[in-house]
Design a protein around this ligand. Structure first.
Ligand code: NAD
Ligand code: TYD
Length: 377
């Protein structure tokens, strides 16, 4: 008999932890959360729910078949939500292998554990069980300015090692449905932002660098477009798909947030100028630096959530303007968290990653070595 329990992976990361917190705050599920605590996983993101009796945290790898099998047998979840992944495109360019290991082999192992578990169920439980794969819009490749937004029928054309590894995982999930009849669902979302995001992705990197008085690196001309969504809107979309999505289908989740990178960075600078002005009276925009472009850099993403909204009644609550403001305020107020998660490994990464991009061949000026959250200038 299945229980009202979800096994959610990658729960110490940015979006997985948002899902875990929301599940505890607004739903009555029991939650078993599994995370390998890589550089991107931080238990501090789960602090608000660590003592919740409905939550069990397990430190482990999705590729650990024995562990996952034991968790499924013990907890009898009615669904598995797979958020666990290596998720940063720049890291995938510097070192693709861990992306294949976690995103492809990890998903394969999780699917195989799920299949064995599912095969042992009676017909009613088999029909009720769901495996949900959290994918990305990046599997669809890049768009020209005049192209329509990605739909669920857009052909796959991944360009980065990250996107290729996520696409491979999606193909496995699809095949496990077609071949074994597994009740799977797949979601594709645009770029997420919000509180608790590890400061290596554009928005938290720029906010924390700005506050630390550092360089704000813009790849190429900064006119790339991303379709931004507040992470809680993404999570609510995933939970709508879990509850009401049709088995075997894919669902796009988008926040109507198409914006040029440079506009995002300008908005962050202008917001900081008003809520935490630099002590020298200059704008944070003076910290912007144009640096060498990312290889294979996708020019534009845009994702149509029409199917998800039409079928499931989901729509995003935040606009880029409201969500970004909340996010910037959160980082201003939570410099301590930022300091905690930026360890020496993070500083080494910034040095290696940006040295190739900056004209002077050194990492970012005034990066995480300086206290974040303090006023610049
Ligand atoms: P993240 O990098 O912040 O977190 C990933 C989490 O997975 C970390 O806590 C890490 O410790 C954990 N993890 C990594 N390898 C693991 C393994 N082998 N076993 C167990 N746990 C492991 O990522 P995120 O931004 O929260 O993204 C979550 C999911 O959403 C990913 O699948 C990603 O591809 C997808 N996604 C992200 C975005 C985005 O903008 N961030 C957009 C669309 C889809
Ligand atoms: P990122 O947050 O890494 O997400 P993704 O590559 O998955 O879209 O990057 C978002 C956009 O911002 C992307 O076009 C690359 C760009 N970018 C910069 O210009 N500078 C940076 O330092 C980073 C990290 C990203």
């Amino acid at each position: 008999m299945l229980k009202n329990t979800l096994l959610v992976t990658g729960t110490a990361g940015f979006i997985g932890s948002a899902c875990a917190r929301l599940l505890m705050d607004e739903y009555d599920f029991h939650l078993v959360s599994l995370d390998a605590l890589t550089y991107a996983g931080h238990l501090s993101t789960l602090l608000p729910i660590m003592d919740n009796p409905r939550h069990t945290f397990v430190h482990g790898d999705i590729a650990d078949t024995a562990l996952v099998t034991r968790l499924l047998d013990e907890h009898r979840p009615r669904a598995i939500l797979n958020f666990a992944a290596e998720s940063h495109v720049d890291r995938s360019i510097l070192g693709p292998e861990t992306f294949v290991q976690t995103n492809v082999v990890g998903t394969l192992r999780l699917l195989e554990c799920a299949r064995a578990y599912w095969n042992g169920m009676d017909e009613a439980d088999k029909a009720a069980f769901r495996y949900l794969q959290v994918s990305t819009d990046e599997v669809y490749g890049t768009l020209k300015p005049e192209d329509p937004a990605f739909t669920e029928d857009t052909p796959y054309a991944p360009n980065s090692p990250y996107a290729a590894s996520k696409a491979a995982a999606d193909h496995l999930v699809r095949a496990w449905h077609e071949t074994y009849g597994m009740p799977v669902l797949t979601t594709h979302c645009g770029n997420n932002y919000g509180p608790w995001q590890f400061p290596e992705k554009l928005i938290p990197l720029v906010i924390t660098q700005a506050l630390a008085g550092g360089d704000l690196p813009i790849y190429g001309d900064g006119m790339q477009v991303r379709d931004w969504i507040y992470m809680e809107d993404h999570v609510r979309g995933i939970l709508a798909v879990l509850e009401k999505g049709r088995v075997g289908e894919r669902y796009n989740i988008g926040g109507f947030g198409e914006t040029f990178n440079l506009n995002i960075v300008h908005t962050i600078c202008d917001t900081l100028d008003s809520i935490k002005p630099r002590s020298d009276g200059q704008s944070y925009r003076t910290q912007i630096r144009f640096v060498k472009d990312r290889p294979g850099h996708d020019r534009r993403y845009a994702i149509s959530p029409a199917k998800t909204s039409g079928e499931l009644g989901w729509s995003p609550r935040e606009s880029v303007a409201t969500g970004l403001r909340k996010t910037i305020e959160w980082y201003v107020a939570n410099g301590e968290w930022v300091k905690q998660v930026k360890d020496k490994g993070f500083r080494d990464w910034l040095e290696a990653q940006y040295a190739q991009r900056m004209a002077h061949g050194k990492g970012l000026a005034a990066s995480s070595a300086q206290a974040s959250g303090s006023s610049a200038g």
